[in-house]
Design a binder for this molecule. Structure first.
Ligand code: PLP
Length: 404
């Protein structure tokens, strides 16, 4: 463990606790990351000092809350390199961002159109498109995945056609850690005049993201997977596109003028933020971004990648362990199975040793069907994990193998 990594662990109070009588090893970061004290304090400070609803009142507390809330939007804009704060819509998370786009696009999608996704997707990047296709009569297609857990690029190009209205794919797979060739996919989609939505849930906490350099149309992610609070997320949308789309939910905040007969809508981004937003969550997400911006991110990412490589090489040496997926480019995730053992049993045995991993289909059932497996045991890493964590995982797996 290097100095930067050691210092970072101190920032996360939960890493000091134990689980089932052992010091906690937290390797379920793809599900949610832990929170630094800075984020926890920011949330408490909001509720203790300036809790008020945003935008609508003239009093001092509301002004402070609004400034912090809109300040967080600006932090998000800068963090992902968007050109305008109006392009940053606060959501509940990645899932809500994708549902927002799918709902808003309803009037723009017809029975002759196609939506192209991939077999690697999380359910939240599958089901909203199925629902859109049910509403519109459009066809949903999915690019195949190879046995190494990578996209079959030839199949992607084959499935892309003049009918394709939207292409949606993950930046990084939550089940296997596969990093998709986003530049190539975006370029190909745009050549066919299709819009591109990227599910960035597993990317933003690991790698710098610049939505303008990527040239994507939409980019969705969740605060809780990047050291921020739960219940807050972001949908980035290109300004001209968002401007042309109808709102998806009606209520307060998203309106300009309401009569019983009709409503005119507010400007961006408020048009897509009906009702009281997650104010504390947005401010907490801003604190998480401040925290990330203060870290030596390239160095920490290199350490994290070294841990992933170490985990793979150590697990490969154990009898009966089968690694699932072997993508050329991978981030954070190592998925594996143990011969004749159900993943849940191994997960439970690891938990008894204080090692938290995730087991199951990881909300990616079509991928599990494609790979013909019931699920996997998934260890997912973050900036605060250490070589010791890898050793505890490997020792735990060895013990589990002996036990079953
Ligand atoms: C790749 C991916 N997409 C989407 C989601 C959904 O995120 P949320 O539940 O925060 O909306 C997840 C969560 O695990 C994910 O890993």
């Amino acid at each position: 463990m290097n100095a930067a990594n050691l210092a970072m662990r101190e920032d996360f109070p939960i890493l000091k606790r134990s689980a089932n009588g052992h010091p906690l090893v937290y390797l379920d970061n793809a599900a949610t990351t832990q929170k630094p004290q800075q984020v926890i304090d920011t949330l408490a400070d909001y509720y203790a000092r300036y809790n008020a609803n945003v935008h609508r009142a003239v009093h001092a507390l509301a002004d402070e809350a609004t400034q912090a809330f809109e300040g967080a939007r600006e932090k998000v804009r800068a963090f992902i390199g968007a050109a305008h704060t109006q392009e940053i819509i606060f959501t509940r998370g990645t899932t809500e961002g994708i549902n927002l786009v799918a709902a808003s696009l309803t009037s723009r999608i017809g029975a002759n159109d196609e939506i192209l996704i991939t077999e690697l997707e999380h359910h939240s990047n599958i089901v909203p498109w199925q629902m859109l296709c049910e509403r519109s009569g459009a066809t949903l297609k999915a690019c195949h995945v190879t046995s190494t857990g990578e996209l079959d690029i030839d199949d992607f190009h084959e499935k892309l056609s003049r009918r394709t209205k939207l292409v949606a794919f993950g930046h990084v797979s939550n089940a296997l850690g596969t990093v998709n060739p986003v530049d190539e996919l975006i370029h190909a989609a745009h050549k066919h005049d299709a819009w591109v939505l990227i599910d960035g849930a597993q990317a933003v906490q690991h790698v710098p993201v610049d939505v303008q350099a990527l040239d994507c149309d939409f980019y969705a992610f969740s605060g809780h997977k990047m050291f921020g609070p739960t219940g807050i997320g972001v949908l980035y949308g290109r300004l001209e596109l968002l401007d042309a789309l109808p709102p998806w939910q009606g209520g307060g905040e998203m309106i300009e003028h309401v009569t019983i007969e009709r409503t005119t809508y507010n400007q961006l981004p408020y048009r897509f933020e009906a009702g009281t937003p997650n104010i504390a969550g947005a401010i907490g997400l801003g604190a998480a971004i401040d925290y990330l911006n203060g870290l030596p991110r390239p160095e920490l990412l290199a350490d994290e990648q070294a841990l992933v490589a170490l985990t793979i090489s150590r697990l490969k040496q154990l009898p009966g362990v089968r690694l699932i997926g072997d993508p050329a480019e991978r981030l954070s995730v190592v998925s594996f199975l143990i011969d004749d053992c159900h993943p849940h049993d191994i997960g439970t045995l690891l938990d008894q040793q204080g090692v938290a991993v995730r087991t199951g289909h990881h909300c990616a059932m079509p991928l599990m069907q494609r790979l013909e497996i019931p699920g996997t045991i998934r260890a997912s890493f973050s900036l605060y994990n250490s070589g010791q964590d890898v050793e505890r995982l490997v020792a735990g797996v060895e013990k589990a193998i002996d036990f079953v």
